[in-house]
Design a protein around this ligand. Structure first.
Ligand code: TYD
Length: 209
């Protein structure tokens, strides 16, 4: 990312892969190292984004796949312009739950839109911004389902999709990571939270120099 002295880290993975736990652990560690951390997410990292989040995650009827892709892209455009870039310009560490790789995996592979078009749409929305590091928490959809079923979470349109949908999402994520190994760190989300946190810290430490 070229827009400032900060560092931009995104967390990706299927629903139930443990992103929140890892984000909590990484944020605590970064703060203890004296870094100013801005935690944010897509969809919903801004006021406008929260309105969009409500539509894409909680609308009870169908949303046309291209409309869904555009809603995520609209959220992204506003979020990057008004939250991420300013924080990077201030020199902060931006720790973000989900970014454009989610769109390529969920709207591209999951909803079967053209992955290249979905990526281009997001890059247009974000004026080409890409994170310094993307951590992919990789987990088999069956294992994720067990975790989700035992968690007491409200209805979420994407989470409610079938296992085949989530299997396509996982494969798409792994393909993205393989295509950009310098941006991605792939970790086995079945490992213990502490082991995963160590792996992430080691990579972030390299990044911070
Ligand atoms: P969220 O409640 O943030 O779930 P999680 O804790 O799993 O991140 O819901 C985000 C949902 O939106 C998740 O199911 C993935 C989906 N999503 C997309 O389909 N495309 C996108 O571009 C983004 C950012 C998220």
């Amino acid at each position: 990312m070229t827009s400032g002295p900060g560092v931009w880290i995104t967390l990706e993975g299927g629903d139930g892969s443990g992103k929140t736990t890892q984000s909590d652990l990484l944020a605590a560690w970064l703060s203890s190292e004296g870094r100013t951390v801005l935690r944010t997410r897509e969809p919903g990292g801004s006021e406008v984004g929260n309105l969009i989040r409500d539509i894409v995650l909680h609308h009870r009827g169908d949303i046309a796949p291209r409309a869904e892709a555009l809603l995520y892209a609209a959220d992204r455009a506003h979020h990057v312009a008004t939250v991420v870039r300013p924080a990077l310009a201030r020199g902060e560490v931006v720790l973000q739950d989900r970014y454009l790789d989610s769109s390529v995996a969920y709207q591209g592979a999951g909803r079967v839109l053209d992955a290249g078009e979905v990526r281009d749409l997001s890059l247009w929305a974000a004026e080409g911004a890409l994170p310094d590091l993307t951590v992919l928490l990789d987990l088999a959809p069956e294992a994720a389902r067990v975790r989700l079923d035992s968690a007491d979470k409200p209805f979420d349109r994407l989470e409610a999709e079938k296992t085949e949908f989530h299997a396509r999402v996982r494969d798409a994520y792994l393909a993205l990571a393989a295509a950009e190994p310098e941006r991605f760190l792939v970790v086995d989300a079945d490992a213990s939270p502490q082991v995963i946190a160590e792996q992430i810290r080691a990579r972030v430490q390299e990044l911070l120099g």
